[in-house]
Design a protein. Structure first.
Length: 113
């Protein structure tokens, strides 16, 4: 990987982790409302939150295998979020962040494979 691409991947890893932390810690009340709105149980919300925060933390490791697990985990969770929004016929504005995060995590994953 060339130097510029390495910097882009590192920046996206930081952006992803900060965004996930912000949504799942700082704006947690919004997450609770959203899961209630979509009739999803609190245990699913809590499991998703634990997994997202764990995977986001893995992105910051120097070990590429750990980063792969983090990027793959975020990709799977974001794919689940997008599918959920599509099934519920949500307005695209409601899930554009999920699409963006899915794209970023897949990009990171593909760069380190």
């Amino acid at each position: 990987m060339d130097f510029n691409l390495v910097n882009i991947v590192e920046a996206l890893k930081i952006i992803s982790s900060v965004a996930i932390f912000f949504v799942w810690v700082v704006r947690y009340d919004n997450i609770k409302k959203e899961f209630v709105e979509y009739n999803l149980p609190s245990w699913v919300r809590d499991l998703v939150g634990i997994l997202k925060l764990s995977f986001a933390t893995m992105l910051q490791f120097s070990n590429e295998e750990v980063v792969k697990i983090g990027a793959l985990g975020i990709s799977v969770l974001m794919l689940g979020a997008v599918v959920t929004h599509l099934r519920l016929k949500s307005n695209f504005r409601r899930y554009i962040a999920s699409v963006a995060m899915l794209s970023i995590s897949v990009f990171i994953l593909l760069q380190i494979l």
